[in-house]
Design a protein around this ligand. Structure first.
Ligand code: SF4
Length: 78
């Protein structure tokens, strides 16, 4: 399976997108249009919302096409 991915690096979170996995449910673009906007290039703006909100939205991606790496140490802080 083709599993190339792209990285979109923001200040507090890095978003990773695997195009071949995307089933175009549009959860991401409807949920956070300032971050996920297919009319823009690049289509992911990882500084478009808080890392918390972006991570929560990515957790709702049904296909696993989106992943993230928190850079704000939120995982360690809990
Ligand atoms: S939520 Fe996931 S599967 Fe749906 S369009 Fe976005 S990346 Fe693709």
């Amino acid at each position: 399976m083709n599993d190339e991915f792209k990285r979109y690096v923001g200040e507090n979170i890095e978003v990773i997108f695997h195009p071949a996995r995307c089933i175009h449910s549009a959860n991401c673009v409807k949920g956070l249009p300032d971050v996920f906007n297919v009319k823009k290039k690049p289509w992911v703006y990882a500084d478009g919302d808080t890392a918390e909100n972006i991570a929560a939205q990515i957790d709702n991606c049904p296909s696993g096409a989106l992943e993230y790496i928190r850079k704000d140490n939120a995982n360690e802080a809990r």
